[in-house]
Design a protein around this ligand. Sequence first.
Ligand SMILES: NC(=O)c1ccc[n+]([C@@H]2O[C@H](COP(=O)([O-])OP(=O)(O)OC[C@H]3O[C@@H](n4cnc5c(N)ncnc54)[C@H](O)[C@@H]3O)[C@@H](O)[C@H]2O)c1
Ligand SMILES: [Zn+2]
Length: 405
Amino acid sequence: MSSRIQEFRQQFTVPFAYPVVFTRGVFDAANVVLRDEIARPEPARRHRVAVFLDSGVAEAWPGLAARIEAYAAAHAGSVALVHPPRVVPGGEAIKADLGGIRDVMHEIARWGLCRHSYVVAVGGGAVLDAVGFCASLVHRGLRMIRVPTTVLAQNDAGVGVKTGIDTDGGKNTAGTFAPPFAVLNDLDFLATLSDLDWIGGAAEAFKVAILKDRAFFHWLRANAAAIPARDPGVMERLVVECARLHLDHIRTGGDPFESGAARPLDFGHWAAHQLEVMTGYRVRHGQAVAAGIALDSCYARALGWLDAAELESILAALESAGLPLWYPEFDLRGGDGSLVLLDGLRKFREHLGGELCVAFPDGIGSRREVGAIDTALVETCLGLLRGRHAARAASARPEPTSRRR
Ligand SMILES: NC(=O)c1ccc[n+]([C@@H]2O[C@H](COP(=O)([O-])OP(=O)(O)OC[C@H]3O[C@@H](n4cnc5c(N)ncnc54)[C@H](O)[C@@H]3O)[C@@H](O)[C@H]2O)c1
Ligand SMILES: [Zn+2]
């Protein structure tokens, strides 16, 4: 006898669609991209809009809040700003402050926003993650327009379908899958980034290129030195291509809400996340990803999946992009003598749901996944990177005067 007295099989699909628009001067009254997106569903109506502004952006762009108010006034037929733009703390701090998260949710509710209203978040990946998290919860989800302002947010964090906050000392331990209403990437914002944030975001471009697009990798390698030189044309092309590859992956990868075990684009990330934690976030995400890519590329070489020339071209390109490949923390060992870095594999496995699945390049431009990592081989790979770092440091040191002649 069946225990199922009655069973209904419920199944439906919900299509998701959102534009990712590259633009300049998104808050100039003459630029109607934002106005048009807000008006898209009901052109004849005025829409309630709340704006949250990253404090780092507000500082770098004095007068931006006033420009946003002027924008709303110029497009008052479509845009009803419910409150002057609210400045929120930029950077990782906002994601770990549950009190601040609650304040944002209260404000969204207090300002009378409904499910047809808009939350516009202007800022780096951290602010987009935190404000997006709030907007996805209040009234079970408002229309979220992201205006990413960093390289990493424009080419990765801001174009996808996830939000996240940091709880209990962990990173992205809570979050939602919440595709945005629109993403407006204003390339002008990149000019005021610190060198660290400008260069760091480029690591995600190397990541997708090495796994998915050989031609893009060759272009990155040829233009790597222009990255630390702050060539805006090179950076803009890098950001657009990298965003396109991330969007392709989400759209065609077959698992946009990550229900399977694989996280194919997390190449280099098991070590990167652990390095960020081990350094108390002193090493920023992009820089950590670059070092993680270097380590996992050495591992792919050890497996025979990259040849020596391919490995060298990856390491040299990252170095000329201004991305260090070695940190002393790689050598830290715990009480049992094992490398603290390797704890990153355990955390990665837990995050994936119990089974390890790590992507490595299989030739530049394609990838293969493995379910187990040989930790002795990781130690060998670390030795290679340590040696390379020492050799570079020695060649950069001036020779003693007696030997210079
Ligand atoms: N949701 C996702 O899918 C996803 C994907 C990748 C990363 N992330 C998250 O993104 C975050 C990292 O994002 P990030 O690299 O953009 O860093 P960030 O958000 O921490 O910003 C870095 C710093 O730059 C400042 N800033 C932002 N824009 C600026 C500008 N135009 N000029 C001057 N300063 C500016 C910020 O105030 C901050 O101090 C992490 O929390 C990470 O977990 C999310
Ligand atoms: Zn990343």
